[in-house]
Design a binder for this molecule. Structure first.
Ligand code: ZN
Ligand code: ZN
Length: 175
């Protein structure tokens, strides 16, 4: 959704509120594409603090499906949004060339709210996602999800060649 800012920009002290439905259904960036499972409307307050400077405050929450770091099961992760941005409307698009973020959501007097919220979501993206604290993850050999029970790989290798190798390793440890 686009909000046209020319009216508020020319009126010192003016304050407007918008309740906005985030339009994206997935969050896509280098790490992959993640479905949005639930979203609350984004409450946006835009205030002209004088001298063509706008202060934008936003709150909201979206819930994204992110795979567990260990077992890859999808985890429902809620990302709270609470941000504040200052926009100097005296600057031209050329002036904004150094602020690539701002340039991407503000074109002239048009604020691209989805793009702004998308960038905020990326900044709040969780560094680590686990389905539960003690997730056992996947077996590195057979790929079985070990939360559902052990696999057969944990047993001593039966192949004699493997046994010889593990022998070497255990001798190595003794030294
Ligand atoms: Zn897990
Ligand atoms: Zn296994």
């Amino acid at each position: 959704m686009q909000i046209h800012l020319s009216e508020i920009s020319s009126c010192d002290g003016k304050c407007v509120q918008h309740s906005i439905d985030f339009e994206m259904d997935t969050i896509t960036f280098q790490s992959g594409s993640f479905p949005i499972l639930h979203k609350n409307p984004i409450e946006l307050t835009i205030t002209n603090t004088g001298n063509k400077v706008l202060e934008i405050e936003g709150t909201g929450e979206i819930t994204v499906g992110i795979p567990c770091d260990r077992c890859l099961e999808e985890v429902s992760v809620s990302i709270p949004l609470d941000f504040k941005r200052k926009l100097d409307m005296k600057l031209t698009d050329e002036d904004r060339i150094h602020d690539l973020d701002e340039k991407s959501y503000l074109t002239g007097m048009d604020l691209d709210v989805d793009r702004l919220v998308y960038l905020e979501v990326l900044m709040s993206w969780p560094l680590k996602v686990l389905c539960k604290e003690d997730c056992k993850g996947l077996c590195s050999q057979c790929g079985k999800n070990l939360n559902f029970g052990p696999c057969d790989c944990a047993e001593e290798p039966k192949d004699p060649r493997m046994a010889a190798i593990s022998d070497i390793f255990s001798k190595f440890k003794e030294v």
